[in-house]
Design a protein around this ligand. Structure first.
Ligand code: 4AD
Ligand code: MG
Length: 448
């Protein structure tokens, strides 16, 4: 009989038909004349039932001897409502024939609790586990949603270089490389090049890996992460927040629709995510500081932690307890804008009449996930930019072209960067960014 090769994800289209699956054995239980195989094929997980009377004695013994993670090909009839516990999707295959492809050695990852360190050392295998699989699929959907929204809203994707001669986001997190005898750095951002590109294309984005030698070990920082950076000509800080809230809402809503089964595997409570629609609240840094200090004075605790909210001096950057506290005061992501100029990057436009604050904005995610995007209106005056570059002791010869952009038809312009890993952590409800990318680069490890 004809038994086409199909994927587990498409089983719903083959109910009552004989099909062929190619995959791996995830788990197995059995008793008497029955073996229940949980089979995964990259697109999903299903239960395959092997009944001795259907497959014959020899084939039954083969099924019974299959080890966890052995690869296999099986043929069988798709049944609609085999709702095996732990198997999402609810489709079952009544096996008529099964054949091993590669028998697996005893598999290091067992269906029990393992320590994170062990799992990270076995990241190349851990990716097969259903929670990791679900998180990576959500990530892929986020990336698709990012591109779809930007491509459908008139942004031109112009990629920016990875090897750069100058710092853009501070000199303390640079990865230096040897560029034929000259020092160069892995890109911390594509923004400065994006700013050149808007004068040719109006609205652009770059999307790629970003490198920062972060010296502290946190749940939110990687050494290598992916960032999408839209940049827009004739755009003020307020316009930028309008764009960001549309963009972020689209990404979240798209995941809720396209990744419902993955979010279910991750046991993500989606209550907060469902509320992510424009507009988002906007909070001035001055007011944020007041809120934090009022909470600190009352001895309020950081939501989700046993620690009190720490007070803050006006002028300091927020620590993660501050961000968590602020975000918890709202039922949607919240923009905090007009941070002190001294804690932000050199290129941000100072607020006219109040140069101690700048036209910057961070978007803080709910539920303690922290800063998801960072952006600003850029300095548009050549002379002001030159004196700022000098004040920051940055090498002018590396920024001459960047100043040029302010000489030939300067316009108010703005942009932001969204960190993919932090967005994945938030949408999936993962408490550490190391599980949001296939092979994370952290302060302590770059293996495997
Ligand atoms: O706030 P950041 O540093 O902004 C920029 O780099 C700007 N040049 C972007 C722009 O305006 N075009 O970084 C932007 C985002 C953060 O909000 C965060 O989500 C993410 O990038 N991010 C990191 N993610 C993981 N690990 C790190 N070490 C990160 N540093 C920043
Ligand atoms: Mg930032």
């Amino acid at each position: 009989m004809e038994a086409p090769i199909v994927t587990i994800r498409s089983l719903k289209d083959h109910v009552g038909k004989e099909i062929t699956l190619q995959g791996w054995l995830y788990h197995k239980t059995g008793k008497g004349k029955l073996q229940f195989l949980q089979v995964r094929d990259g697109t999903g997980l299903c239960q395959a039932v092997v009944f001795r009377n259907n497959v014959g004695d020899d084939n039954f013994e083969i099924a019974k001897a299959l080890t966890q993670e052995s690869s296999l090909v099986l043929r069988g009839m798709v049944k609609a409502d085999g709702r095996a516990p732990g198997v999402p999707g609810g489709f079952e295959v009544d096996v008529s024939y099964i054949e091993p492809v590669g028998i697996s050695d005893p598999y290091p990852i067992q269906p029990k609790e393992h320590g994170v360190e062990f799992l990270m050392q076995n990241r190349h295998l851990w990716l097969r586990s259903s929670r990791q699989w679900a998180a990576m699929r959500v990530r892929a959907t986020i990336v698709r949603a990012i591109r779809d929204w930007l491509d459908n809203n008139g942004y031109v994707n112009i990629d920016t270089p990875i090897i750069t001669p100058a710092a853009a986001e501070g000199t303390t997190t640079l990865f230096e490389i040897d560029y034929h005898g000259e020092p160069a750095y892995l890109a911390q951002t594509g923004q400065l090049y994006n700013e050149a590109n808007i004068f040719a294309f109006g609205k652009v984005y770059c999307f790629g890996p970003t490198f920062r030698a972060e010296k502290s070990k946190t749940r939110r920082h990687l050494q290598e992460f992916w960032m999408v950076e839209p940049e827009i000509a004739f755009c003020t800080l307020d316009d930028l927040m309008d764009i960001e809230q549309e963009f972020v809402s689209y990404i979240v809503q798209r995941c809720l629709v396209d990744c419902a089964s993955e979010l279910a595997i991750l046991e993500r409570d989606t209550t907060f995510l469902q509320r992510v629609t424009p507009p988002f609240p906007r909070l001035h840094y001055d007011d944020a500081v007041e809120m934090i200090n009022a909470a600190a004075a009352k001895g309020e605790l950081v939501p989700g932690y046993p620690d009190p909210v720490p007070s803050i001096e006006w002028g300091d950057d927020f620590g993660s307890p501050h961000e968590t506290y602020i975000a918890a005061q709202f039922d949607k992501p919240v923009f905090v804008h007009h941070y002190p100029t001294a804690v932000k990057a050199f290129y941000m436009e100072p607020e006219p009449g109040r140069p101690e604050i700048c036209r910057s904005v961070d978007l803080l995610a709910p539920e303690g996930y922290g800063e998801i995007t960072g952006g600003s209106e850029r300095m548009s005056d050549a002379n002001r930019l030159i004196s700022t570059i000098q004040r920051h002791n940055l090498p002018m010869e590396a920024y001459g072209w960047y100043v040029d952009l302010r000489r030939y038809g300067s316009v108010p312009h703005s942009g932001f960067g969204l960190g993919v890993e932090r967005t994945v952590a938030w949408i999936c409800g993962l408490d550490h960014v190391r599980e949001t990318i296939a092979f994370p680069r952290t302060l302590t490890t770059m293996r495997p």
